[in-house]
Each structure stands twice: as C-alpha cells, then as structure tokens.
Write a protein that binds this ligand. Structure first.
Ligand SMILES: [Fe+2]
Length: 251
C-alpha cells in the first residue's frame, strides 16, 4: 500500500499565485491524493478576507487537508489579538477545511515553529520552544513500534540550508537530533519559498528534510512556484516528485 500526499506551502492568500493554485486544484481533482498538506503561511497578513479566500480554496479541494500555521498567519494589524490569541483566525480556518486524514502507511506529527514575538528581529524566523518540542516528542514516543512512516510537519525548516552556515531556526539543531532519534523519518516544511529534499544528520541521527517551495507571487532565489507529490510506504519509504507551476508569476 502507498499513501500519496500533495505537499504545498506558503500560499500567502492576499498575494497568492492564482494560476499555480489552479494547477494544483486541477491535479487534486485528477489524481485524488490522500491528503493535501500545507506547511504554513496560508495568508499574507492574516486578514479576515485572506482567511476567507483560503477557506474557500481548501474546502473546494474535496480531499482531507492538513494544515500547519506559519509566521504570516498571526494577526499583523491587530497587535492585541496577535499577543493574546495569535492562532484564533488560523484555528477557525482549520475547522472549515476537510479533515479526516488517516493512513495505514504514514503518520503526520505537527511541530510548532511559529511564535508571535521573540527577542530578535525579524520575528519571521522559526523558534522551537521547549514545550513545542516536548509535545511533538510525546507524540513520537507514543508511536514507538508503529510500522508506519513518521513525518513531522513544521512551517520553518528545522535546520539551516547547509551544515556550514547559520541555522535561522532557534533550537533547530537540537530539535532535529531529538526528532530523528525519536523515529521521525522526515520533516516537511516551507517558509523559505525554495524547494529542497535532502537527508541531513545531527548528533548521529539522520532524517530527510523536504520543502515544498511557494504557491504565492513572493518568489525567491529564482525558484518558480512549486509543490511536491510525496508517496509513502511503511517503514520510512518516501518517494518525492517536485512539480513546478508553468505560469509566470506576477510580482
Ligand atoms: Fe514563513
């Protein structure tokens, strides 16, 4: 048996790439993946209108949707709400998208890397706070002995883009080692708007890092809009196929 996931990320409703989204929706209708997984930055400024557009698009897919919040998904123009209830709008969206993803091949375990404030600028980079990591590790511990492939879903890549440069995600190196040691086969993420798929190691433990790119008009480093098809079998067997959207983005 295999389970097929469409991994999308950084849709940024408000500055979304309508042509790229139409391509993804068409592929969903034709290929009927078991789930669409979006690793955050659903909106550009977390406006109600942007969340409404996101809700409409995700609901129309007609397959289970798995979401993770990104740094853009907390209120930007309403600091009170940002600090008192940063995920209220996101959680409301989550209740409207089709749920129910369960697989005999793969388990998706969330890791929160998004915080409403931190002691550095910009606030957009990832932070893995001890309670967030503990919550994910507790879920991984409960899966001990489970034959299914285990994939952690996060918004920010847990490691920097290579092993020689800095890691913009605070706590990321230690988190990666702990997640891999706890049995995570892969970590899916977004945020950087550039796709990647590579095996990385920390502390003697390895796991795959898979990034989807963006479906917004905020293109970076010359990477076109993209998403990824991830086919999973039990036991850590993961095949991926990167797809780029053909239409030129408007910036
Ligand atoms: Fe982001």
């Amino acid at each position: 048996m295999t389970t097929r996931l469409f991994h999308i990320s950084d849709v940024h409703f408000g500055v979304e790439n309508r042509a790229a989204l139409a391509e993804v929706a068409r592929a969903v209708a034709e290929e009927r993946p078991d789930a669409v997984v979006c690793t955050g930055d659903l909106t550009q400024r977390a406006k109600h209108s942007e969340y409404a557009a996101a809700a409409e698009w995700f609901a129309a897919l007609g397959v289970p949707v798995v979401l993770e919040p990104g740094n853009h998904d907390m209120p930007y123009y309403n600091p009170w709400e940002r600090f008192t209830d940063p995920f209220r709008r996101y959680n409301r969206l989550r209740q409207t998208v089709p749920g129910g993803f369960v697989s005999e091949d793969v388990v998706l375990v969330p890791l929160l890397t998004t915080v409403s404030a931190q002691t550095r600028f910009p606030w957009s980079d990832g932070v893995i706070r001890p309670p967030a990591l503990a919550a994910t590790l507790a879920q991984l511990a409960a899966l001990d002995g489970d034959p299914r492939t285990i994939i952690v879903t996060a918004h920010h890549p847990v490691l920097g883009k290579d092993d020689t440069g800095p890691n913009p995600t605070i706590g990321g190196d230690a988190a990666f080692a702990a997640l891999a040691e706890a049995g995570a086969h892969a970590i899916m993420s977004g945020h950087v708007h550039v796709p990647f798929d590579e095996v990385r190691s920390r502390g003697g433990h390895s796991a795959r890092m898979i990034g989807a790119g963006t479906l917004s008009t905020r293109l970076r480093h010359g990477a076109p809009p993209s998403w990824r098809v991830i086919t999973v079998e039990r036991g850590g067997v993961i095949a991926t196929e990167l797809r780029t959207a053909g239409a030129a983005a408007v910036t």
